[in-house]
Design a protein around this ligand. Structure first.
Ligand SMILES: *[C@@H]1O[C@H](CO)[C@@H](O)[C@H](O)[C@H]1NC(C)=O
Length: 222
């Protein structure tokens, strides 16, 4: 009997201290749920961001690898250099036309393109260029050397009568960034005629890398 009383007392005391069952946490309006949902939302946004960053960094890595491969391929022991000439009589040109010097005497590294008439700088650095045109027709002929389409040097020939052979040209040293292009362009009204031939190489375009150089910021031209 004495033990039963103690047992009942113990049960009562312990039972009285049991925490009441709590059903509140499963309510969908609880602040914790909202927090969890917004965290999940943020995590999924971060995952998307991370994916984009991964893609970007892969692209950057590839382009860096490509650049260092290109750099290694440029043999500066024999600097890129070319001399091209016009191998034929060339007329009916109009403003903006590129003079395509269609034959080369020298084209170290092949950075002068015979199809487009453009030289592409394989490295950033200091380059020398010259161009000479010849005409014997009484039509004013003005040409210019452009870097990515921007005027750098000009030359003009103005024979006063036909069969008056004249040459005009220019020479310059330019700073170029890797990948910039240089070509010769007609820039006065149409109808010019340039003389060229395989034997008489009057009309020429020449360029060479003088020194590799880290070109940062604006170049000296354009
Ligand atoms: C010259 O340029 C043309 C047109 O961009 C290109 O198709 C060709 O491959 C180039 N030639 C060389 C030798 O790089």
């Amino acid at each position: 009997m004495k033990y039963l009383v103690i047992l009942l007392l113990v049960k009562f005391v312990v039972g009285g201290y049991l925490p009441p069952p709590d059903y509140g946490n499963s309510s969908p309006n609880c602040a914790c749920d909202e927090e969890v949902m917004s965290l999940a939302d943020r995590i999924s946004k971060l995952e998307i961001d991370l994916d984009h960053q991964r893609t970007r960094s892969n692209i950057l890595e590839k382009s860096i690898q490509q650049q260092s491969r290109n750099r290694r391929q440029v043999d500066t022991a024999v600097p890129p250099a070319f001399t091209a000439y016009l191998s034929h009589y060339y007329n009916a040109m109009s403003i903006g036309d590129t003079i395509v010097f269609d034959k080369t005497l020298t084209n170290v590294g092949g950075y002068y393109n015979l199809t487009t008439g453009r030289f592409t700088a394989p490295l950033s650095g200091l380059y020398i260029f010259s161009f000479i045109i010849e005409t014997k027709h009484a039509v004013d002929t003005a040409v210019r050397l452009v870097v990515d389409g921007n005027n750098a040097l000009d030359a003009v020939v103005e024979p006063r009568h036909n069969e008056q052979n004249l040459q005009g040209g220019n020479v310059g040293i330019l700073t170029l960034s890797e990948g910039q292009q240089v070509w010769i362009q007609i820039y006065n009204t149409g109808g010019q005629t340039l003389e060229g031939g395989n034997i008489y190489r009057f009309t020429t375009f020449t360029g060479a890398l003088l020194s590799e150089m880290d070109v940062t910021g604006p170049t000296m031209i354009g």
